[in-house]
Ligand binder design. Structure first.
Ligand code: SF4
Length: 221
């Protein structure tokens, strides 16, 4: 059975807004549709939503924003709650690890970058240089090309997805790109999770891989 990632990993959208301007941005479309913010390019926060972190679980904290745009007090508050709830796993993503400096990160804060193409690979090095933490992950979504033999040392979990929606210039991931990435990730011992669109539209259920890390499994018990 294919797991919908939302069944396991809950979104806590305490921060809404981002100015990176990705062509395929789903968050911007959702924010506009539901009138969540006046100006999506100017992030705003409702820190009360972070209280959900007190209940053990796996929470994705940057589904409507990018960590590099979070004010220090927003980051601090989320870290404070994660420290108070050690079984909780908090997942953060950024596309601008070069603009972040963090060295006092709780062990249950999972820090990652998005990589969609070879042009993004610099983010891997920048992530580890600028954010010092115990648990790193990478999201390869949407995957736009074969990434070759990349260095995934120190990465514990990867998510792979294909572009969704019907945006102009849409690129579907190719099976061989995904197969190659899976082989590389296996060499490094990463857990691998395919998003459901990748399973249904590209890889097929028989080739589905949907692994969580031990810490995530523990948080969901
Ligand atoms: S980084 Fe994320 S939230 Fe920001 S524009 Fe890109 S897809 Fe949207």
């Amino acid at each position: 059975m294919v797991i919908c990632i939302k069944d396991k990993i809950k979104n806590v959208n305490a921060v809404i807004g981002c100015n990176i301007g990705c062509r395929y941005c789903y968050a911007k479309a959702v924010a506009k549709r539901f009138h969540l913010v006046d100006d999506f390019t100017k992030p705003i926060a409702d820190l009360h939503k972070l209280e959900r972190l007190r209940k053990p679980g796996v929470y994705f904290l940057t589904g409507m924003s990018d960590l590099y745009l979070w004010k220090k007090e927003w980051v601090d508050k989320s870290f404070e709650l994660l420290r108070e709830s050690p079984r909780t796993v908090g997942i953060y993503l950024t596309k601008a690890p070069n603009k972040i400096k963090l060295d006092d990160v709780p062990d249950n804060a999972w820090m990652g970058v998005t990589i969609t193409s070879k042009a993004d690979l610099w983010r891997l090095k920048a992530l580890k240089e600028n954010i010092k933490c115990k648990n790193y992950h990478i999201t390869f979504e949407p995957l736009f090309e074969d990434l070759g033999d990349i260095d995934l040392s120190g990465i514990k979990w990867i998510v792979i997805g294909t572009e969704t929606g019907n945006c102009k210039g849409k690129i579907d991931a190719k099976k061989e790109w995904v197969d190659h990435l899976v082989n590389v990730a296996r060499e490094y011992g990463c857990k691998i999770f395919f998003k459901e669109d990748l399973v249904y539209n590209i890889m097929g259920e028989e080739k589905s891989i949907q692994e969580l890390t031990l810490e995530m499994e523990e948080a969901l018990k």
